[in-house]
Design a binder for this molecule. Structure first.
Ligand code: GLN
Length: 447
């Protein structure tokens, strides 16, 4: 803990942490050392972890990197926090992220962007940018992030670390600041596949506080990693021809395909005709859900209240106008629009139907194959401040990650070398529903 605290201070300029729980973590470390000495320590004893700032930890501030939650202190802990604490992990602090997890570069955070440790002029990726950089820069051993459409996988790829989005419903969402409830999942960001497996095995499983959490038993993922069987892997032909795919990323994934073949795996192209629709479908559905979820920030219940408030309506108006950032407002407006009476059928209900088609098509591919392989991102980390004005450019950064989110399937981003400028690249592997054990054992064998 002392090592990390020191390093966090030295590298404060990366802006990964919003708050460090120094004294508390040191005290906890002492307590856990005693447990280790007398043989009663849990599975995560001594694992120093950081929490994305949308995961509630009782008695600690929680802001989702937004001004609107200014001053809010969590009144209960999320289930994932309860579970890691029960296994003696040490929580060292709160990590920066995009505001309400909306973004792909950590630049929508009220607290400013996180810098990529590989090149501090580049973004960390997002929305779990602080979670990825904290692991990349050795500011904690592992972190928890959340992934709605790529927010664990994309920053993991930009930072050269491992990021796993579990199957939808694998991990309880209780105590997580909701963005789009039919997509949101918490997952680990780690330096190794072993650590990801161990963390997932602790946080996963049925929770009475989240009625959508699955009753599916949780395998001991960390004990099932030694499986070197030959697999059948599909790669999506269209991803390699998609507009905006960086040539080095294309070469990188082609080299990975060759490597897998040379190791005796079967790797074949498949066609996925919905690739052009995934981003639009994702943004219609997630903004719709977000507009509803974010209605609770009204200047009364939580956090920030505008000084200009004089009555109830002006409290709502001013608090929300001053408290939310531009990207969050854009999404609330988009979501309200696609749900409005005259447009519901044209957008929201159509997007639901396309979501179903995407899910069925993906599952159909996974009937014949163990995994689907894609690059995690179309480009490596871009410059901080490079894409501030056109939201659609930023939305296209999610093209390879939102598919698994729409289908509710588990997906992992693994480090896949660096480009000629030394920037990390990532490779995404999508698995079958509740197929995390297979996904992790293949990832371990492969990485
Ligand atoms: N970049 C995507 C978005 O802005 C993904 C975010 C996420 O997964 N939380 O919605």
């Amino acid at each position: 803990v002392a090592f990390y605290l020191d390093r966090i201070q030295q590298l404060a300029d990366l802006n990964a942490y919003l708050e460090v729980f120094g004294e508390e973590a040191l005290a906890k470390a002492k307590e856990i050392q005693e447990k280790i000495d007398n043989g009663t320590a849990g599975k995560l004893a001594g694992m120093v972890i950081g929490l994305k700032d949308n995961i509630s930890y009782k008695g600690h501030r929680l802001a989702a990197s937004s001004k609107i939650l200014d001053g809010y202190v969590a009144i209960y802990s999320s289930t994932v926090v309860e579970r890691v604490l029960a296994e003696d992990a040490i929580i060292i602090g709160r990590l920066n992220c995009d505001e309400f997890a909306m973004g792909a570069s950590n630049e929508t955070s009220y607290f400013g962007p996180v810098k990529n440790f590989a090149d501090t002029t580049k973004v960390s990726g997002g929305s779990s940018g602080g979670s990825a950089v904290a692991v990349q820069a050795n500011l904690c051993l592992a972190s928890l992030g959340s992934d709605t459409g790529g927010s664990i996988r994309q920053p993991a790829a930009f930072c050269g670390v491992v990021g796993l989005k579990p199957t939808y419903a694998r991990v309880s969402r209780y105590g997580i600041v909701a963005y789009a409830s039919s997509f949101d999942q918490v997952g680990p960001i780690t330096r190794s596949v072993e650590d990801a497996a161990l963390l997932l095995e602790v946080i996963a499983g049925k929770d009475d506080y989240d009625s959508t959490s699955a009753i599916e038993p949780v395998p001991a993922y960390s004990k099932l990693l030694n499986n070197s069987s030959k697999r059948k892997i599909a790669y999506i032909e269209e991803t390699l021809h998609s507009e905006g795919l960086d040539p080095e990323i294309k070469q990188n994934i082609e080299a990975q395909i060759q490597l897998l073949r040379s190791q005796g795996h079967t790797v074949e192209p498949v066609s996925f005709e919905y690739l052009d629709y995934v981003v639009a479908t994702y943004y219609i559905l997630t903004t719709a859900e977000a507009s509803s979820n974010l209605a609770r920030y009204d200047g009364v219940h939580f956090g920030y209240r505008s000084d200009s408030s004089t009555d109830l309506i002006s409290t709502y108006k001013f608090s929300r106008s001053e408290g939310f950032g531009d990207e969050v407002k854009r999404r609330i407006m988009l979501g309200t629009f696609v749900l409005s009476a005259g447009y519901y059928d044209a957008y929201y209900s159509r997007a639901q139907k396309i979501r179903r088609l995407i899910k069925e098509k993906t599952e159909h591919i996974l009937e014949d194959y163990d995994f689907i392989l894609t690059p995690t991102t179309p480009t490596p980390a871009f410059n901080i401040g490079e894409q501030p004005t056109d939201p659609v450019v930023m939305y296209l950064a999610d093209i390879f990650t939102v598919g698994a989110s729409l289908a509710g399937l588990p997906a992992i981003s693994l480090p896949s070398g660096v480009n000629k400028d030394g920037l990390p690249l990532g490779m995404q592997i999508i698995g079958k529903r509740f197929g995390e054990a297979d996904l992790l054992s293949f990832s371990k064998y492969y990485s």
